[in-house]
Design a protein around this ligand. Structure first.
Ligand code: ASP
Length: 457
């Protein structure tokens, strides 16, 4: 499905990303105009209410907001099936990686290393630059009131800080089904979504020990994953209207201030992605593959451009494979394997972005995360990066899962949705370049004369 995304993008006239940008602009400009009109009208003595423009605008916001919420709900409903199936299947694939021996393990090692570096860079930058604090206190209160029902309920449940000992035990859910419900509505007794993720990992491990008997269940999981992907693609078709309506409602209520805060958020995310792309990947290809970063980037530029245009690692896979064999001159048996696994399993840019969004929204909502909650965000973002589908917006359901687990209301993701597509294009470039960097390092570390059978031992 994902390889057809580019065509699907263009199916009805304008490409999807252009439609989303138009929706975004219309939403922002309409929202700002509404905000200005409402503020001016409220400032006219004795004229602030009663059948005035302000009332009319309030009614408009009242009806526009649900369109955005419907878009969000479509994504929320696949959070659980997607997290569970994606992670269990990832472990099943890793089981296969082990069968591939040294090459599989190296790929896994690089994925863990680069994803952890990415999340730490993102989380560190949000901690230092504090983009969420750019919002004025009055506006913050408005947002807190808007999301307060779900936020305070969840926070109250999370506030009873558990000793580290219990947190570790609770990683293993006593009742996985109860934990799944709790992960969404905040009533979890254990670690919520993190416990669900651990349950999925354990199921995946169990599957690898009985590959024959579990074949049907694996097909079932693949079906569940495919369904989640389709639902996300329905949501993405609604994105131009959904994101536009959410941005309209947000700017109509908060005016220029929220835009200023969003600009800080975008700059922080871009800086993090830039550091991962330019600094981390340069060091990695230089140290592990002994090739000049400049040469590496100029060789992979075609794949980077396709990733930027499609916002999809999966849709970029054929170009990445071509670049790996024709420009980087890597052996096909190695690059095809690493790139295929990496298109969904290695998403460093996405992992970084997930950490940035969650901490940013915590700052915006005035939620102070404890050190252990921040650790949870890092761990979950690394796992979420592995479980994210390589399609446009694939990370959004997983971001909601991480948010829920630390008491940030899932609906508040609407604050950043308007700017998500632009950042999606950029993080996909980082994801795809990361796959190519790992392929280069793994290829250079394998003896040139070995055959496929040698590599499998
Ligand atoms: N669009 C990203 C990719 O395909 C996934 C995401 O971050 O949403 O790599």
């Amino acid at each position: 499905m994902s390889t057809d995304l580019r065509n699907e993008d263009k199916q009805h006239g304008l490409p999807l990303h252009t439609k989303i940008l138009i929706g975004l602009l219309v939403g922002i400009l309409g929202g700002l105009a509404a905000h200005v009109v409402a503020t001016v009208e409220a400032g006219v003595p004795g004229d602030a209410n009663k059948n005035g423009l302000k009332d009319w605008l309030d009614t408009l916001i009242y009806w526009v907001e649900p369109v955005g919420k419907i878009f969000l709900r479509i994504m929320f409903m696949v959070v659980l099936p997607m997290v569970f199936s994606a992670l269990a299947l990832a472990v099943v694939e890793i089981g296969d990686l082990k069968k591939l021996g040294r090459m599989g393990l190296k790929t896994l090692g690089f994925t863990g290393l680069l994803s952890t570096a990415a999340v730490l860079i993102g989380v560190g930058l949000v901690g230092v630059l504090r983009p969420g604090h750019a919002l004025e206190e009055g506006q913050r209160q408005k947002l807190i009131t808007q999301y307060s029902g779900s936020a305070s309920e969840k926070m109250n449940k999370l506030k009873d800080a558990k000793p580290v000992r219990d947190t570790i035990v609770d990683l293993l859910p006593e009742n996985p089904l109860q934990e799944m419900v709790g992960a969404v509505d905040g009533s979890s007794k254990g670690n919520g979504m993190l416990s669900v993720m651990v349950f999925a990992l354990i199921c995946g491990m169990a599957i690898t020990t009985r590959p024959i008997e579990t074949q049907t269940f694996v097909s079932w999981l693949e079906g569940l994953y495919a369904i989640s992907m389709s639902v996300i693609s329905f949501a993405m078709r609604l994105a131009p209207y959904g994101a536009g309506c959410l941005v309209f409602a947000l700017t109509a209520q908060l005016g220029f201030d929220i835009l200023k805060t969003l600009v800080w958020f975008v700059l922080t995310a871009l800086l993090g992605l830039g550091i991962q792309l330019v600094v981390v990947y340069s060091i990695v290809v230089f140290v592990f593959a002994r090739i000049s970063p400049w040469k590496f980037f100029s060789n992979v530029s075609e794949a980077m451009l396709v990733a930027f245009g499609t916002s999809s690692s999966s849709a970029t896979l054929p170009t990445a494979m071509k670049v790996a064999s024709e420009e980087l001159r890597l052996p096909k048996r190695i690059s095809n394997f690493v790139l295929t696994v990496g298109a969904t399993g290695n998403q460093n840019g996405t992992a970084l972005f997930e950490g940035v969004v969650v901490l940013f929204l915590a700052q915006v909502m005035g939620i102070e995360l404890t050190a252990s909650q921040q650790f949870k965000v890092v761990l979950m973002s690394v796992l979420a990066g592995i479980g994210t589908a390589g399609v446009p917006g694939g990370s959004l359901p997983l971001i909601v899962a991480v948010m829920n687990s630390v008491g940030i209301p899932g609906e508040s993701i609407g604050i950043i949705l308007g700017v998500d597509r632009i950042l999606d294009m950029c993080r996909t470039v980082v994801n795809v370049t990361g796959d190519l960097a790992i392929a280069t390092c793994v290829a250079k570390s394998e003896p040139a004369h070995e055959t496929d059978e040698d590599l499998a031992t």
